[in-house]
Design a protein around this ligand. Structure first.
Ligand SMILES: [Zn+2]
Length: 235
């Protein structure tokens, strides 16, 4: 490895470590009466979003530093995780969060499901990531040419439990199709689906709603471009 990436990597790690040491505080919630211990990670949503977008910039520029992948990192997080961001991403094999955001072990709490749908299990997982682990950001990450969204656009029956995924996307796509004059129907539907899943997360969980109202959570939509590798914020 050349010296330059090594220096960049060291600078990144020092910055991240300083930020975490200086700003992570743990507010131990009531652990009695069956309530889970609540850890409050004070890496703000703004700081977390910057770390994600900076990592994506490195990935796009082929300057990834592959942080937090050492044996020491494994050991340091073996007993407790403190991810700085939660991500609801499509399960598509071309959108692996740790790679496109240039992150490592213990950095991201990633929920992956086809179509990045906010299904019940996904919502429960994200409640855990935020209320228990203290992530202050949920990034809903859709992507260009999403097969699940394309399936929802087509008026064809789909077999098995794949239909459950499509049912979760259909409301967004149906509203979009009625209003759209867009030539790029698929990309418009991808964005409509991202916004719909953000709204669903925001409105269908009392835990996520409460955290948002208390200023401890931001739910943000983003689109991943398969051609360029760029993540763009869309809501
Ligand atoms: Zn997809």
């Amino acid at each position: 490895m050349s010296q330059v990436p090594s220096l960049v990597k060291r600078r990144y790690l020092l910055k991240l470590a300083a930020g975490m040491m200086g700003s992570i505080s743990f507010l131990t919630g009531a652990a009695t009466g069956g309530e889970q211990q609540t850890k409050h990670n004070s890496i703000s949503s703004e700081q977390a979003l910057k770390l994600l977008l900076d990592g994506n910039q490195r990935f796009v520029r082929r300057k990834s530093i592959h942080p937090h992948q050492s044996r020491e990192r494994m050991d340091s997080i073996a007993q407790m995780q403190r991810p700085f961001a939660a991500i609801l991403s499509c399960a598509d094999s071309r959108v692996p969060a740790e790679i496109i955001f240039d992150c490592g072990l213990g950095d991201l709490f990633v929920v992956r499901v086809a179509g990045n749908v906010a299904c019940e299990s996904a919502i429960g997982s994200l409640e855990y990531a935020t209320a228990v682990l203290g992530c202050q950001i949920i990034l809903v990450l859709g992507h260009q040419r999403c097969g699940a969204v394309i399936q929802a656009l087509q008026e064809q029956p789909i077999s098995g439990r794949m239909s459950l995924i499509v049912e979760n996307i259909k409301p967004a796509v149906d509203i979009f199709k009625c209003a759209s004059t867009s030539k790029n129907l698929v990309d418009g539907a991808v964005i409509a689906n991202i916004k719909y899943q953000v709204q669903k997360l925001s409105e269908s969980s009392t835990i996520l709603t409460r955290l948002s109202r208390q200023g401890q959570l931001k739910i943000i939509g983003a689109r991943y471009d398969l051609d360029t590798g760029i993540v763009s914020i869309i809501s």
